[in-house]
Design a protein. Structure first.
Length: 196
């Protein structure tokens, strides 16, 4: 890790044209790297992470890794916008992704298809986010790690998608400290979808 790389994470990322974030009942956006309906016909929980090194990204990945062992009938997919090398290094520091599939989207094209773009100063540095970062460290031992690639201004988001490719739950993160609520995502996949 270098100071220049750490500083670079504070610069706004390049512009990408955003689609509208999918809502419950919408068809999930598809991409060659993240196709829906899933090829294995399973339910899917997908998490678009903040930069590798962010404690909230780490908490999300660890929650997914635990859930993936408890729910082998569900795909758990984490999307990283940090580059391949930085993502792999970060995963090694966390002792691997377990049964979570990790997709690298350094150009943020998949993020854009799901309506996830650049966020505001208040999103990243809200008092609540800063307090929750400290609490996460004190209570779970998850602290900020060095950031070698990715942007602190990139929005995260979480969705649950059924076997037919319809969104059952989720949306963009409201703040930087939003962590995937695995229980809510799984419960949403177990309920029948009411289509209008």
């Amino acid at each position: 890790m270098s100071i220049s790389k750490e500083l670079a994470s504070w610069f706004s990322p390049s512009y990408v044209k955003l689609a509208t974030a999918p809502r419950v009942g919408d068809k999930a956006p598809s991409d060659p790297k993240l196709g829906f309906p899933a090829k294995n016909a399973k339910l899917t929980v997908v998490a678009f992470l903040r930069h590798c090194g962010c404690p909230f990204a780490e908490a999300t990945l660890l929650a997914m890794r635990t859930a993936a062992t408890q729910h082998p009938d569900i795909n758990f997919i984490a999307i990283s916008h940090s580059d391949q090398r930085s993502t792999e290094k970060w995963l090694n520091e966390l002792e691997g992704p377990g049964s979570v599939t990790v997709v690298v989207d350094a150009e943020r094209q998949i993020y854009a298809k799901w309506g996830l773009g650049v966020v505001s100063l208040g999103h990243v540095l809200s008092p609540a986010s800063l307090v929750n970062a400290w609490k996460l460290g004190k209570e779970q031992g998850i602290w900020n790690r060095p950031t070698e690639s990715g942007s602190r201004w990139q929005s995260s988001g979480y969705w649950a998608v059924d076997q037919e490719g319809y969104v059952r739950w989720g949306g963009p993160a409201a703040r930087a400290d939003d962590v995937l609520n695995v229980d809510e995502a799984v419960k949403a996949l177990q309920r029948p979808l009411e289509r209008l």
